[in-house]
Design a protein around this ligand. Structure first.
Ligand code: ADP
Length: 264
């Protein structure tokens, strides 16, 4: 068994009686160490684009006489600063999500709205990449949870499906009811995920072979946000994928099951 962290306080009440208070602080220690790891990772991830932008700005100054080089370096600075902006935005999103607990006050959320919004948000990127983005499945479902959190999670899944798919392919966003749950699935015909990487893709900052999709400029935070949203709703997220053929991500969330009208 892993070591447990305890703190003990001892107070003598009288010459015969001693009060000992022993607290198990294992959980606090774990939370604290996760927080420290996160801060260390964030610092590392932020330093990379910041360092690149600094070097590139020096290069622009040095290349002042060579307009073509200036153009090239400035273009790369633009790409790096966009990446930096995306990172900062996702880090803020993640820390905001960790602040509120959707199970404290689960509200009805219209699933059709969520799917439409995720499609809208990604339609420009999909069109630019020649990808068909379509909605399917059961309409009129209602889930229980936090609307903003669910919208961010589904938006991230659709953004990934679009980012990792070739031109001419289709991405399907669908909802399907279970007994007490709603399954939201995002299916693509993209590059897929190697079997030995599947367990790791939900980790913060983890990216499959970053060099291979440098062009997508991902941050490695999208799926850790999805996983967090699933867990905080008491649901889960699963993936089925075949390398070179495509992937299906399924986000399962609690459903608001319609109750029968009480007889008057
Ligand atoms: P990123 O910002 O890199 O997309 P994510 O946390 O969203 O970060 O995803 C982690 C990694 O999982 C990605 O870098 C990519 O390698 C892989 N991945 C996620 N979604 C898909 C998908 N639909 N098809 C193929 N690979 C994917």
């Amino acid at each position: 068994t892993p070591p447990r962290h305890v703190s003990a306080r001892v107070a003598p009440l009288s010459s015969q009686l001693v009060l000992a208070l022993v607290e198990d602080r294992t959980r606090e220690h774990r939370v604290e160490s996760i927080r420290r790891d996160f801060v260390a990772n964030v610092s590392h991830e932020l330093k990379t684009p910041v360092g690149a932008i600094r070097l590139l700005s020096d290069a622009v100054i040095d290349a002042a006489d060579d307009p073509e080089a200036v153009q090239r370096f400035a273009g790369r600075m633009h790409t790096e600063s966009e990446r930096l902006a995306r990172l900062v935005q996702q880090i803020i999103e993640l820390s905001r999500l960790q602040g509120d607990d959707p199970l404290d006050e689960p509200l009805p959320v219209d699933v059709d709205d969520i799917l439409k919004r995720a499609i809208d948000e990604n339609s420009t990127d999909a069109a630019a990449s020649g990808i068909d983005l379509v909605r399917d499945g059961t309409e009129g479902l209602v889930l229980l949870g936090n609307r903003e959190q669910v919208a961010v999670a589904v938006g991230n899944l659709v953004a990934n499906a679009v980012a990792y798919s070739p031109a001419g392919s289709t991405v399907v966003v669908a909802a399907k009811p279970g007994d007490t749950t709603v399954d939201i699935t995002v299916t693509d015909q993209g590059i897929g995920i190697p079997a030995h990487e599947i367990d790791r893709i939900f980790e913060r900052f983890y990216r499959v072979d970053p060099a291979r999709h440098r062009s997508t400029g991902g941050t490695g935070l999208g799926l850790s946000i999805v996983k967090h949203v699933a867990a905080s709703h008491g649901g889960d997220v699963r993936v089925w994928s075949v390398e070179g053929q495509g992937s299906t991500f399924t986000l399962t969330l609690p459903r608001k099951v319609p109750t029968m009208e009480a007889p008057q």
